[in-house]
Write a protein that binds this ligand. Structure first.
Ligand code: PMP
Length: 362
């Protein structure tokens, strides 16, 4: 298939072509059942096997220890902004949050509705151009957890080193899932929407430490309770069958592609190609974020003027490099290069950037 563009969207975004083609092949008549997967009961044998296969693959490729439950829930990462404080702040403890940008701030705003939340490091003061360094996060007494956003999708920064604090971590990993190993011993909850590195929009994957389940708040609607969702294996109600099905296929694609180690290496190499091009453009292209916090998933950059930026986006689009416009809240350009983005697309983008600079001097 040669009519696909180079899609640098921040999410929903490029998925592995092999996965899309495989899904198309089996869509109308799933495994000779005479119907598609999205037309059949979620309690039947076909979906049962799709569901357990996706959970098993998630455990395998994320290298999840046995003492974590894996949940597939609707409501995206946004519902987790509420579910985390609702479940974890049951015993009048406080929650510490790192305000690292748009998504960190969104998590804080929702958590404040449910509990006693304080900002343990405020990135607003440096224009969200970096993450805190290790000694900069201040944890108060009686803190239940520290919430971080390991990768800020809009700002284009990430935690390179995990915070070293004396409370459990909770991380939003929506935009860097499966691009790095997770040191599970540090975490009580890891969560993220799947529509970037893992599949189509429509659900979040949540990893919850099992030893905290019995202490989670029980005065919540059933869907909102981590303990019940874990007990029911995320089948408390009708699950998002199609996202779970495609998630399984993407996870298998990652497993066959060499697993987490290979994904991490490929992500770093692709990001290095782009940052090298930016850093060696005599300041034509500029990265607005601190070098040691640069995201390897969302590469943000600016051109010398907004006119040149607009022209760049327009010509890039015409050449098949689409969705390079930065988020509307920050402007500029952003290339999101999740795991399914082929290295060849990144190489072609770098060539395009060089020739654009030559033809359009500042
Ligand atoms: N957190 C991060 C880091 C994100 O990038 C996004 C979506 N772009 C969200 C949370 C919100 O995710 P959802 O749309 O799945 O609720």
């Amino acid at each position: 298939m040669n009519n696909r563009v180079h899609n640098f969207s921040a999410g929903p975004c490029t998925l592995p072509l092999e996965v899309l083609e495989e899904a198309r092949e089996e869509f109308v008549n799933y495994q000779e059942s005479g119907m598609s997967l999205i037309e059949m009961s979620h309690r039947g044998k076909h979906f049962d096997s799709v569901h357990s296969n996706a959970i098993q693959l998630a455990r395998e490729v994320f290298e999840v220890p046995d003492d974590f439950s894996i949940l597939f829930l609707q409501g995206g990462a946004t519902l987790q902004f509420s579910m985390i404080p609702m479940n974890l702040l049951a015993d009048s403890k406080k929650a510490a949050y790192v305000d690292s940008g748009s998504w960190g701030s969104a998590a804080i705003a929702d958590a404040r509705i449910y509990g006693d939340v304080y900002i343990a490091w405020d990135g607003n003061e440096c224009g969200y151009s970096r993450m805190p360094s290790l000694g900069e996060i201040h944890i108060k007494a009686n803190t239940r957890y520290l919430h971080i956003t390991s990768n800020e999708t809009i700002g284009g920064i990430r935690f390179v080193e995990w915070p070293d604090v004396n409370v459990p971590l909770v991380s939003d990993m929506s935009s860097d899932y499966m691009s790095r190993r997770i040191p599970w011993q540090l975490f009580d909850v890891v969560y993220g929407g799947v529509q970037k590195n893992l599949g189509p929009a429509g659900m979040a994957v949540i990893f919850v430490r099992q030893s905290i389940l019995s202490k989670c708040n029980k005065s919540l609607g059933r869907y909102l309770r981590y303990d019940l969702q874990s007990e029911k294996n995320s089948m408390l109600n009708t699950p998002p069958v199609f996202p779970i099905y495609l998630l399984g296929k993407v996870l298998r694609w990652m497993k066959l592609g060499g697993g987490i180690e290979a994904m991490e290496r490929a992500a770093e190499e692709k990001a290095a190609l782009l940052y090298y091009a930016i850093d060696n453009s005599s300041d034509y292209f500029r990265s607005p974020v601190s070098v040691n916090c640069r995201s390897v998933m969302n590469v943000v950059f600016r051109l010398p003027t907004s006119d040149l930026e607009n022209l760049f986006l327009q010509e890039a689009n015409a050449a098949g490099f689409v969705n390079l416009k930065g988020h509307r809240s920050v402007g500029g350009c952003r290339a999101s290069i999740y795991n399914a983005m082929p290295r060849s697309s990144v190489e072609l983008l770098v060539d395009f950037m060089k020739s654009f600079q030559l033809s359009n001097p500042a």
